[in-house]
Unconditional design. Structure first.
Lengths: 148, 86
């Protein structure tokens, strides 16, 4: 189950980051299109895809999976808050909802999509923590058994 | 069990990388010169994100010229970029 959750998150972040790098010029345009200060664009166009790749790599390995899951949750919460502010007309205009195949989604669909991945990352964290606790108990039992 | 876990991860990586290349390397109308429609006809739109933006997702924001015809390209409403004085 945990591997399946991690795989879905890897697919999301890896697909999104590679799509951005493959069409970097358009991604810069899309970022400028967002109602954020354009001075942030040079930072965001590198930070977002690099963070997505970093999270994907962390999710692959068991040792770093929990950090990857927390990273996924944090990033998806940020995206969800941003989508929410767009839908609540917090900004002066509503930009296009662009990015890879996901650009076909409306902002409402984006919100549902993001919430699904927030739930997925949360479930992943709970499962990973439970697994770690079980391993810890198992190790403690084995240690006391060997001691006796 | 470990082999199954590895296979799941490998499939996820291959699907995402393959999918990104498959969709990213398709022909994209945005690489062609963009025009917007006004009552005066089709006018050059300028540089996307700098001179204009496409607001929302309804309607046609820009068009491209295909022979003697005009084909819709980006969705939304054509709007001069905030802070850009046309």
């Amino acid at each position: 189950m945990l591997e399946l959750i991690s795989s879905l998150l890897i697919m999301l972040f890896l697909y999104a980051s590679i799509s951005k790098f493959l069409d970097f010029k358009r991604f810069i345009g899309d970022m400028n299109n967002q109602p954020l200060p354009n001075s942030l664009t040079p930072f965001l166009v590198w930070a977002i895809p690099c963070l997505e790749i970093g999270i994907s790599v962390a999710l692959i390995f068991e040792r770093t999976r929990l950090a990857g899951l927390y990273g996924s949750l944090g990033l998806m919460i940020l995206f969800t808050i941003y989508t929410g502010t767009i839908l609540l007309h917090f900004f002066s205009y509503v930009p296009c909802s662009c990015g890879g195949v996901i650009k076909k989604l409306t902002w409402n669909q984006h919100l549902v999509f993001n919430l699904f991945f927030v739930a997925l990352a949360t479930t992943g964290i709970l499962l990973q923590n439970r697994k770690s606790k079980q391993t810890q108990i198992h190790n403690q039992k084995q240690f006391s058994y060997e001691k006796n | 069990m470990k082999k199954i876990k590895l296979a799941i991860m490998a499939t996820a990586i291959l699907l995402s990388v393959g999918g990104a290349f498959a969709t990213g390397l398709r022909y994209d109308c945005r690489f062609s010169p963009q025009f917007y429609f006004t009552s005066g006809g089709y006018l050059p739109a300028g540089q996307y994100g700098v001179q204009y933006i496409c607001e929302g997702g309804l309607g046609n924001c820009t068009y491209i010229q295909v022979g003697n015809n005009w084909q819709a390209c980006q969705a939304g409403t054509y709007t001069p970029a905030p802070g850009y004085d046309k």
